[in-house]
Design a protein around this ligand. Structure first.
Ligand SMILES: *Cc1c(COP(=O)(O)O)cnc(C)c1O
Length: 372
């Protein structure tokens, strides 16, 4: 089955009792069992699994080409559950440019649990290989990365991980499985904030892990999820499953719009730099061409006029909304340094753009006017 067909049908078998074409939402927290707790239809308690969530897990696993998937209350719940399942004394490598929540987890929480965290530029394969000589249990990749849109070579990272006996995890939130399927390039686990493109409408929080194999990693993390309890609510699972149906169609339009906006910005004299892997000038362009089918709806820009030019532009836009998050229908813009807390890592002149589904001419006109 081709990807678009799978996106429409995965986890979408019509309801056997009613024939309903749209899947039902099962809100039950508990399921009738036998007198010795014998499961009747495979379910017992919502935290341990429920039919609506199972449909979503099947859909996400299918779209990423994994053996199995778990969903979580948020992307950060997925990341935390995975990384907190590591033994004390473990050593992990995380990218120098990555989602802020992962950076904070690595700086504040993981060391308290005895997990050592090293930060490395994942496009510098020699540096990663040197780090791995010291023993690395898990390599975390995020490509394209937030917010600088750095590209890392998943296949090359998988080679290094394999050579050193590490597990390779890839945050695939920015690309979505429409554009990039890391398991096909050798990753072991894929992570998603389904809050973003999967949900697609800025109205449902969620996270997912997709496993290449139903192995001991899956078993350990599933057990931890079911006990610690940061599970996805059935209504959220249902909304996210609904998002899967239109994911390929939306991504195609996000990509086309972002390409148009990036082209405009790259030619504008007020812009010092456009971080968008679809531009031939982007240092990761060749790798992106190899491992992605298109370049996505995210980009960041660095303005010539520094902090003031960046916040002035953000403040003058009318069609773009100043807000965090990404992957929704509406275009968003954000001055990352302002939201990164006490020690921002983003340059002061950087703005991150999530290109939505408006007409690209309206987005370009908005930017053009605001840059005057
Ligand atoms: C949003 C995001 C996360 C965290 O997901 P939440 O659903 O907000 O908890 C992780 N990684 C990336 C790349 C993200 O954009």
């Amino acid at each position: 089955m081709r990807f678009e067909t799978l996106a429409v049908h995965a986890g979408g078998e019509s309801d056997v009792t009613t024939g309903a074409v749209a899947p039902p939402i099962h809100l039950a927290t508990t399921f009738r069992h036998g007198p010795m707790a014998e499961r009747i239809a495979g379910y017992e308690y919502q935290r341990e699994g429920n039919p609506t969530n199972d449909r979503l897990c099947a859909a996400i696993a299918g779209l990423e080409g994994g053996a199995t998937a778990l969903t979580f209350a948020s992307g950060m719940a997925a990341i935390s559950c995975l990384l907190e399942s590591l033994q004390a004394g473990s050593h992990i490598a995380v990218p120098d440019d990555c989602y802020t929540g992962l950076r904070v987890l690595g700086a504040e929480f993981l060391p308290q649990r005895g997990v050592r965290v090293s930060t490395v530029d994942m496009s510098d394969l020699d540096a990663l290989d040197r780090l791995c000589q010291a023993g690395v249990d898990l390599i975390w990749a995020e490509t394209p990365s937030n917010p600088r849109m750095k590209i890392s070579d998943i296949q090359a990272l998988a080679g290094i991980a394999k050579a050193h006996g590490s597990v390779l995890v890839c945050d695939n939130t920015f690309a979505s499985p429409v554009l990039q399927r890391p398991l096909e390039h050798g990753a072991d686990i894929v992570m998603h904030s389904t809050t973003k493109y999967f949900g697609g409408h800025s109205d449902v929080l969620g996270g997912a892990l997709v496993f290449k194999r139903a192995d001991s990693w899956h078993e350990r993390i599933a057990h931890r999820l079911h006990i610690t309890g940061a599970v996805l609510a059935p209504f959220s699972a249902w909304l996210t499953l609904r998002g899967c149906r239109s994911l390929p169609a939306r991504m195609a339009m996000h990509c086309a719009n972002a390409r148009a906006v990036a082209g405009f910005l790259a030619a504008h004299p007020a812009i010092e730099r456009v971080n968008y892997p679809g531009l031939a000038s982007h240092p990761g362009h060749a790798i992106a061409l190899r491992q992605m089918s298109d370049f996505g709806g995210m980009l960041s820009i660095e303005l010539r006029g520094g902090h003031n030019a960046a916040v002035t532009l953000a403040g003058r836009l009318k069609v773009f909304t100043n807000a965090t998050s990404l992957g929704g229908c509406e275009s968003l813009i954000e001055h990352r340094a302002s939201v990164e807390g006490a020690n921002p890592t983003s340059p002061e002149n950087l703005l991150r753009l999530s290109i939505g589904l408006e007409h690209p001419d309206d987005l370009i006109a908005d930017l053009s006017h605001a840059l005057e």
